[in-house]
Design a binder for this molecule. Structure first.
Ligand code: HEC
Length: 418
């Protein structure tokens, strides 16, 4: 199915975001002069800043072709396509500027990839339903989708105008909810009709971000830029929104502990926000080493495992004793750990500052790391922003640039093979 270039550009021009993680690396942002620069600047700034190009892994002509084909279809205009590919491959061949330190170990992983239909939609946050289907958000495409992993077919549901979903989250009945990050709403979609039920925030400019449901079906969520935390009872519509104790904390990931306490990470400060689910009183718990964290997870023993993204490390916080412990990630201070998942006795995350973007497994028993570059077909590209467990206990990840939902199946190698 070919989309015309003009239609794709009109669609792309409707939104322009700054892709944050990759640009945090201090790479040059301007594009070098050369034939094809005008075309690249016009076409490649539709969805994100062109600074992502010099910050990338760099590719051969064939691999640039494969990468951009996941974002935009340039094939209707062969001249434009050739100009773009010549420019990119001449000026941005493969490089090792952000090379990760990959760690060996005794696990094998199998990556199973599915490519979602809408090009350049920033596919993210896959989550599996009890029926086996996998929901995901297509943030730039203003959609959420449902993938049938058995057939590889996906159905995508358009959201109300301007929602730009940061995530999709299934509630306790398996209904898909989205955060209307750009229109101050949260909502859910009826998968049979595609109809949305929308809950408006008091401030339409506020930005619902990550969603989490507690055992009673109450929704808790963060607002990154608005510096808020929200609670919604979907049955009554009762909504309460409170501020983080300190300005510019950037409330980010949200997880709910066994005892019902709501935990939120701070993406602009080294802290957790501990939220009382009844009173919505928020207490800040600062990290002793500072930094900032995007995502975290809570292990069955109550320990909170987190990424110290700014410091290029991971950490463990014991809410009972208040004790913190941190480890440096193998690729060092610029590795920018991002997604987070506690799975089967280990802490998994990715080093989003590196290219290729490695998936990392940390074994708390031996305090050792193992890592693997995350594939997108036969190329590597980021960005993994969130990960969750599948129903069968594997990892569900994604790559936003290449529109992929990916399942990771880890397997410990037999002792004899080590
Ligand atoms: C329709 C939207 C769209 C258009 C148009 C688009 N991209 Fe992208 N691109 C994306 C998305 C989505 C990402 C992931 C961004 C993120 O997660 O922040 C991305 C990321 C990237 C990255 C970073 C990959 C990495 O490993 O971090 C590069 C490089 C890139 N795009 C190149 C291009 C080039 C070159 C063009 C023009 C030919 C282009 N893009 C046009 C959607 C688009």
């Amino acid at each position: 199915m070919l989309r015309s270039l003009t239609a794709a550009l009109v669609a792309a021009a409707a939104f322009a975001f700054v892709a944050d993680a990759a640009l945090a690396q201090g790479q040059p942002k301007g594009l070098p002069e050369g034939k094809g620069k005008t075309e690249v600047e016009a076409i490649c700034s539709g969805c994100h800043v062109t600074g992502l190009i010099p910050a990338s892994l760099g590719y051969t002509r064939d691999h640039w072709n494969k990468l951009i084909a996941t974002m935009i279809d340039l094939s209707p205009s062969a001249d434009t396509q050739n100009a773009v590919l010549d420019y990119l491959s001449t000026n941005f061949p493969p490089n090792e500027r952000r090379k990760p330190r990959l760690m060996p170990g005794n696990y094998d992983v199998k990556f199973t990839e599915w490519v979602m239909p809408q090009l350049g939609s920033r596919v993210r946050d896959p989550m599996q339903h009890a029926d086996g289907s996998i929901w995901y958000a297509g943030q730039y495409g203003n959609l959420i989708g449902r993938l049938d992993p058995r057939t590889g077919q996906a159905r995508e549901y358009k959201l109300p105008a301007g929602a730009m979903p940061h995530t999709v989250q299934l509630d306790n009945e398996g209904r898909p909810w989205y955060s209307g990050n750009k229109n101050g709403t949260v909502g859910r979609i009826d998968p049979a009709t595609g109809e949305a039920t929308v809950f408006k925030m008091p401030d339409p400019k506020s930005d619902p971000h990550t969603l989490a449901f507690n055992k009673d079906g109450i929704l808790f969520f963060s607002f990154q830029a608005a510096n808020l935390i929200g609670r919604l009872d979907p049955r009554t519509g009762d909504l309460k929104v409170v501020s983080a104790p300190n300005p510019k904390s950037q409330p980010y990931d949200v997880k709910i502990a066994q005892d019902g306490t709501v935990w939120v990470s701070c993406n602009a400060r080294g802290c957790f926000l501990k939220v009382d689910p009844v009173t919505m009183q928020v207490t800040e718990i600062p990290f002793p080493l500072g930094g900032s964290t995007r995502r975290f997870d809570i292990a069955p023993d109550g320990m909170i495992w987190f990424n110290n993204s700014n410091r290029g490390g991971i950490g463990r916080y014991n809410p009972k004793t208040g004790e913190f412990k941190e480890w440096q990630s193998p690729s060092g201070p610029t590795s920018h750990p991002y997604g987070a998942l506690w799975l089967d006795g280990a802490y998994w995350y990715n080093e989003s500052g590196m290219r290729p973007d490695p998936l990392v497994r940390f074994d708390p028993a031996t305090e050792t790391f193992q890592s693997w570059p995350i594939p997108s077909g036969d190329i590597h590209s980021g960005i993994l922003r969130n990960m969750r467990a599948s129903r069968e206990g594997n990892l569900l990840i994604h790559q936003t640039a290449t529109n992929r939902v990916i399942q990771v199946t880890p397997q410990r190698r037999a002792a004899a093979a080590q």
